[in-house]
Design a protein around this ligand. Sequence first.
Ligand code: ADP
Length: 191
Amino acid sequence: MGDTQGNNNADSMDGQVDERMTAVLGDITTLDVDAIVNAANSSLLGGGGVDGAIHRAAGPELLAECRAIGGCPTGEARVTRGYRLPARLVIHTVGPVWRGGRKGEDEALANCYRNSLALAAQHGAHTVAFPAISTGVYGFPLERATAIAVRETRAYLRDHPEIERVMFACFGAHAHNVYQAELGRVARQDV
Ligand code: ADP
């Protein structure tokens, strides 16, 4: 009975963590959260994909603030204001370019999630939205990236109740399906 009780407690705590992560279908720039994460390049001077969409939606003041920061290494994160976005903050993180999987890509991507969440928390964010970092132009396989995104976020949320909710903004039905499957899979795990 003691063991059963213990497992139930662990399950309900994990359940709380899992309920704080959701996959949402659509454009990250529209989300009403405290902080959105940008999959930036190391110059922080804007680019295509989600980076371009965030800069267009935020307005030119975002580029000016990014220019003053002067760049960001792969795996690290930097914060700016959100300007015309609903989000108060933009966390710019630089994902790894996929080079076959043996060049530290997994660890660099994990660092993006950890460092982004830590920076968001440090700036008082309670709600954070992520795009699928590195899975566009940078070529990281989506399933593998999703497993890392969910694992790292889940680990962070367990230790940091101040981050109440994380949304994974999925740009397309396929990404949404992949994220939902992974979130379902981890929610069913015992550990
Ligand atoms: P990276 O260079 O890190 O691969 P990309 O912007 O090319 O960055 O792609 C990262 C992910 O963001 C891709 O899965 C892409 O489909 C997605 N994406 C592109 N535009 C948006 C958007 N407006 N909102 C959310 N996700 C987006």
